[in-house]
Design a protein around this ligand. Structure first.
Ligand code: BES
Ligand code: ZN
Length: 593
């Protein structure tokens, strides 16, 4: 037995899946996908073949000749789910599994019409990273097992389906009132990039290779917000090499989507909280786009190397930002990231093994280990290497790295070996081993400075001494500058200060959710009653975990806001994604009483 991925039953000594053929029907009333998946093997095989499943009902397993293949579902493991072991007769090239998903599948959120913008039709979206693809289909759910796929998805009219794949047509469904959407994904992907959304979905072209999808009522705003996508793709190609996925499309999901964005290839999934109305949050799109190179082309071999995906992508995102808006603007991004990093170091404790880049998460749920550490510590390591090698050499290294490992999944050790080969001496000078294997942030972490950053930081620090930014000063601020200012303020202010701050910056009505939530975190932590209504509104409407965690944590400070939080959560939690609900429960379990 050779299990290389602690979060999968996949056995490297067994046959490998090369391609999936999904045929599924979407049942909103039962909240299930049902149908079949065919797993095509890389080579004819025989003997044991282990798949990951979680919550799946397995109805039949057959070979290409239609004959039953002996199989057994092992007992449920809390994180991994149930191993499905098939016993393949010799010469097996493919297996067809009939199955259906559970209404509790973590990867699937089923929304009632009230939870959508249009209020008339239900909506479904998936979120498979890191290990939830196994709740959607039986498969080898490890990023090392890359697959191409074809899919036929049957949905009730007038709904439409999109996937992380190229569209391949629509035809009438098997029963009246349904349609079947066809997809073809020719590029091999890790299973966590399998993605599906179903709803009242329209689309708008943004460039010859890019289109945005959303509910009809959101389309106009979405198309405006992301109009700059082609420019971003062009900049990214200049930095990292050709875009290898043909098209770059996006979908703006309903607000319960638990992340800011998810890099599903050919169809990035996005939270509607990015629609600030001023294009100020498109960095999240730059991030998901950058995953097209770092993450989707070169993929972490398991969640223990997650920093390779996210650290590299944050670095790439900030390089795109710099190319578009200049160095000063990029420095603000690094500064905002530093705050997140400091907070996470404090949450885990700088000695915690979860603050290593290369982790050992066997026995730990990846969702519980999720944090900004791989993002911000990881991106800082790359920035340090850039400074050590010089930008030109490092840029060449990055492009060579992507070209060398494209369409493969690698470990931190493989990354390090390549670094040592291509940039001799740099890893040693930067003490890369400490970065990878030791907890905390190494002392040689790069520092990012700019005049604007220093001014904003000192202005925020002088708040408690009664100094205030002036209206003309504020009028020149970009949203990221206002955010840096807010992040520099104390987490608790007297009510009069809260009122003054809101008045000065017009915070309560902000469409930029980074600013709005930063303000509400201060207001909630300050027991500032005039903000309670807005706090409730945001926590009820939005399921993005990045906002739920700090807001509920801030509400934990005072008895009155703790009561408010309990009240809000009782009303809001049925609308939360299962992952969001878990985060909220964990934050509230730390409340004083
Ligand atoms: N791939 C992640 C989201 C993710 C990570 C989902 C781990 C499940 C498990 C995505 O690219 C991401 O990092 N999103 C961030 C964007 C931000 C860093 C710009 C988010 O959702 O906030
Ligand atoms: Zn990411």
């Amino acid at each position: 037995m050779s299990r290389l991925d602690p979060h999968s039953y996949w056995d490297a000594g067994q046959p490998r899946t090369r391609r999936l053929r999904l045929s599924l029907s979407v049942d909103f009333s039962e909240r299930r996908l049902s149908g079949s998946v065919v797993l095509e093997l890389a080579a004819p095989a025989s003997g044991p073949f282990d798949l990951d499943t979680k919550g799946l009902a397995i109805l039949s397993v057959r070979g290409a000749d239609g004959r039953d293949i002996p199989h057994a579902l092992a007992d449920e493991e809390p994180i991994l789910g149930r191993r499905l072991r098939l016993d393949l007769p010799s010469g097996t090239r493919e297996v067809a599994i009939e199955y259906r998903t559970s209404p509790d599948a973590v990867a699937l959120q089923w929304l009632a019409p009230e939870q959508t913008e249009g209020k008339r039709h239900p909506f479904l979206f998936s979120q498979c990273q890191a290990i939830h693809a196994r709740t959607v289909a039986p498969l080898q759910d490890s990023p090392r097992v890359r697959v191409t796929y074809a899919a036929e998805i049957t949905v009730p009219e007038p709904l439409a389906a999109v996937m992380s794949a190229g569209p391949a047509g629509v035809r009438p469904g098997p029963v009246a009132g349904t349609r079947t959407f066809l997809f073809e994904m020719p590029q091999p992907i890790p299973p966590y990039l399998l993605a599906l959304a179903v709803g009242d979905i329209g689309s708008r072209d943004l460039s010859p290779r890019s289109r945005v999808h959303s509910e009809p009522a959101t389309l106009e705003r979405a198309a405006w917000e992301f109009a700059g996508i082609e420019e971003m793709i062009v900049k990214a190609e200049g930095l990292f090499g050709p875009y290898e996925w043909d098209r770059y499309d996006m979908i703006v999901l309903p607000p319960s989507f638990p992340y800011g964005g998810m890099e599903n290839p050919r169809m990035t999934f996005l939270t509607p909280t990015l629609l600030a109305g001023d294009r100020s949050l498109v960095d999240v799109v730059a991030h998901e786009l950058a995953h097209s190179w770092t993450g989707n082309l070169v993929t972490n071999a398991s969640i223990d190397h997650f920093w390779l995906n996210e650290g590299s992508t944050v670095y790439a995102e900030r390089r795109i930002h710099e190319a578009l808006h200049g160095e000063e603007a990029a420095v603000l991004g690094w500064a905002i990231g530093q705050k997140a990093l400091d907070e996470e170091m404090e949450r885990f404790g700088a000695g915690s093994p979860l603050t290593r880049l290369r982790t050992d998460l066997a026995g730990i749920d990846p969702d519980d280990a999720f944090s900004s550490i791989p993002y911000e510590k990881g991106s800082r390591l790359l920035a340090l290497l850039e400074r050590t090698a010089g930008r030109e050499r490092f840029d060449r290294f990055l492009r060579d790295y992507i070209a060398a490992f494209r369409f493969t999944s690698i470990t931190s050790e493989e990354w390090l070996a390549f670094l040592q080969e291509r940039l001799p001496g740099v890893a040693e000078r930067a003490q890369v081993r400490d970065w990878l294997y030791e907890p905390g942030l190494p002392a040689n972490a790069p520092v990012f400075r700019s005049r604007a950053l220093e001014d904003l930081t000192s202005l925020a620090e002088s708040w408690t001494r009664g100094e205030r930014p002036t209206p003309p000063q504020i009028a020149t601020w970009k949203p990221s500058e206002m955010l840096v200012f807010l992040k520099g303020l104390p987490r608790e202010l007297p009510p009069a200060d809260c009122a003054a701050l809101d008045q000065l910056l017009g915070l309560m009505g902000r469409g930029n959710h980074e600013i709005l939530v930063e303000w509400l975190v201060i207001a909630a932590g300050s027991d500032y009653e005039p903000a309670f209504g807005k706090v409730r509104e945001v926590l009820t409407r939005v399921g993005r975990m990045k906002y739920l965690r700090p807001l509920y944590a801030a509400l934990g400070r005072h008895p009155r806001t703790r009561a408010l939080a309990r009240d809000i959560v009782a009303a809001a939690s049925p609308g939360y994604h299962a992952l969001s609900r878990r985060v909220v429960e964990s934050v509230m379990s730390k409340y004083a009483d």
